[in-house]
Design a protein around this ligand. Structure first.
Ligand code: F6R
Length: 603
């Protein structure tokens, strides 16, 4: 989704803005722009990539130590230079960048046009520039505060004006904004990756707040105009955590970082000798966790797939019903949640609008919320009653990999902590990083398989139980980055209709990691093979299971020896690699798949 960056300080703003925009590219966008203030406002914007903007930018024209920048992911109005941000007022002195949606933009536009304002774009954002033009009497921050009172919807706004060349005004409502505090310079971004080059000391702006950034410092006011005093926090990520390093793509980097990500997710939470799990850091205790009558997991996309695994684990651990809801659908089903239900929200970014909306609905109905989230300081982390951080580190590729795996690890930890059954889970989890390392050794063979099936237009993924949850995630991964149409089915469900789509040469990917289910899955594999399908199977690397399953498949991907509950977490690794290599073989832009955004901050 859209990205915002802003800078005020003592160095030329343009390179800082372009650097910040490059950091935000991963969020997904279609146009980019900057506005820089010296004695006058200079704006440059274009449809297309940040690199195009950078090539067009003339540093001798775009001088100044104050500026804002934006990457746009179109909502209102087509992808065009005209609709790219920043947007300016009629005088050309004031510029605005915006993430979110102004719900009452049509009404405001009519009023502003009636008062003589000339609009040049089709965006909802432009109303803010014209509104500020009317309200700015020489105090941009006061004008912004007043303007936000008239807006409905969601916004992260950054505004500059040639009338106040040392002031960067920002505001937030339901769209993330983080202020980075430097020495003699301040920076603002839609997420921390945009500010990390300058500083790791940050302030997360909250809903309704407005802030004034100058080279000397930052002042924040709440929605009622009261000064807010809040201590800054230190971001735990290094700037180089968002560098590609030796990898060609962030997705590959993040797949290969998974052993380390899981180590971080386990650190200090599992006692190495006893395997005992301790999650007191969440503020919850096992008795409180166990006291709920029901558990509802809400999440979107990949995080929802992690939730499907969580349902198996938590239901077994608590002996109570656990449901998994697609967050964007949650509110429409008149959800049966109240104070006896624990809502568990899973999100990498902690900023997904659908997940936040589901959480707010659950809370409105009296249900407390436990967040399983990666990004510290995110909206979800702040709004939840308790937080279990996944500690995956920054995830840049649109296709989620290490975030998913650490979400599943977090759910395993939660289940083991809620209902300790001996020390098995904790001790086996400690083996996970080395087993993932061994699984990554499958990369060359997965690459060969990917080349074979990369020409397919349709793929099927099947599995039972936990393997079905992995199949759903595997199918999503290949769809989003290689654009191959893929469907995941509970293996037993094929014969109820989908088998009609199996024809000679069709590739089917079968996941068969669970001993108790593999005979049945093997039966379903035989059904598709009998109809001419070619089968890739992911299963145990040791016999007897391997010797029973391998002959059924055209290609067999053996997982390293590991306790059975870990196998679905290992099975997802070759599936991520398969998607990655298939996408490369098809010449797709792996890290920036078409139409998608990393952090989906609109509903
Ligand atoms: C797919 C993917 C998405 C996200 C979904 C939720 O690879 O990344 O499906 O999982 O948009 O995002 P978060 O976890 O940030 O709430």
């Amino acid at each position: 989704m859209c990205g915002i960056v802003g800078y005020v300080g003592s160095r030329p703003a343009l390179p800082v803005l372009l650097g910040g925009l490059r950091r935000l590219e991963y969020r997904g966008y279609d146009s980019a722009g900057v506005a820089v203030v010296n004695h006058r406002l200079e704006v440059l914007k274009t449809a297309g990539r940040v690199e195009r903007l950078a090539r067009m930018a003339d540093p001798s024209r775009l001088t100044g130590e104050l500026g804002i920048g934006h990457t746009r992911w179109a909502t209102h109005g087509a992808v065009s230079d005209r609709n790219a941000h920043p947007h300016v007022d009629c005088t050309g002195r004031l510029a605005v960048v915006h993430n979110g949606i102004i719900d009452n933009h049509a009404e405001l536009r009519r009023e502003l046009e009636a008062r003589g304002h000339r609009f040049v774009s089709d965006t909802d954002t432009e109303v803010v520039a014209h509104l500020l033009e009317e309200l700015d009497q020489g105090d941009l921050v006061a004008a912004l505060r007043e303007a936000t009172r008239r807006l409905r919807g969601s916004w992260a706004l950054a505004v500059v004006s040639a009338r106040q060349p040392g002031v960067l005004a920002v505001a937030r409502q339901d769209s993330p904004l983080v202020i980075g505090l430097g020495d003699g310079q301040q920076v603002v971004g839609s997420d921390v990756t945009a500010v990390l080059d300058l500083t790791r000391r940050v302030l997360y702006l909250r809903d309704g707040e407005v802030a004034c950034l100058t080279a000397e410092g930052v002042t924040v006011w709440d929605a009622d105009g009261r000064r807010v005093e809040r201590a800054p926090t230190e971001v735990p990520w290094e700037a180089n955590a968002v560098e590609l390093g030796p990898y060609e793509h962030f997705m590959a980097k993040e797949i290969f970082e998974q052993p380390q990500a899981v180590r971080q997710a386990l650190a200090g939470r599992v006692e190495p000798g006893s395997g005992r799990v301790d999650l007191r850091e969440t503020g919850l205790d096992p008795a409180t966790f166990q006291s709920f009558q029901r558990y509802v997991i809400v999440a979107c996309g990949t995080a929802w797939h992690a939730g499907l695994v969580g349902r198996h684990l938590l239901q077994r651990a608590t002996g109570r019903p656990v449901s998994v809801e697609i967050a964007s659908e949650f509110r429409y089903g008149d959800p049966l949640v109240d104070s006896s239900t624990l809502t568990v929200a899973i999100s990498q970014s902690g900023e997904t609008a659908d997940t936040l909306a589901a959480v707010r609905e659950a809370r409105r109905r009296g249900s407390p919320v436990l967040a399983i989230v990666n990004v510290e300081g995110s909206s979800l982390a702040r709004e939840a009653d308790w937080v279990l951080y996944t500690r995956a580190g920054p995830e840049v590729a649109v296709a989620s990999t290490k975030a998913y795996l650490t979400q599943v690890v977090a759910l395993h930890l939660l289940a083991a902590w809620a209902a300790p059954r001996g020390e098995d889970t904790g001790l086996s989890l400690l083996q996970l990083p080395s087993r993932i390392e061994a699984t990554l050794g499958l990369d060359p063979v997965v690459q060969e398989v990917a080349r074979e099936l990369a020409g397919s237009e349709h793929l099927f993924y099947i599995g039972r139980g936990l393997d079905y949850a992995v199949a759903l995630e595997a199918a999503l991964k290949i769809k989003e980055i290689s654009y191959i149409h893929a469907e995941a089915y509970a293996a037993g469900e094929l014969k109820h209709g989908t088998l009609a789509l199996i024809e000679p040469g069709r590739w089917v990917v079968a996941l068969a990691t669970q001993r108790s289910l593999s005979a049945k899955t093997a039966g379903n594999v035989a059904e598709v093979s009998a109809r001419g399908a070619r089968v890739v199977m992911v299963g145990p690397g040791t016999s007897p299971a391997r010797s029973e399953l391998e002959p059924l498949a055209d290609r067999y991907l053996p997982l390293p020896e590991a306790p059975e509950p870990l196998l679905p977490m290992l099975a997802v690794v070759p599936m991520q690699l398969l998607a990655y290599h298939a996408a490369r073989a098809r010449g797709c832009d792996v890290d920036r798949p078409r139409n998608l955004a990393k952090s989906v901050t609109v509903e």
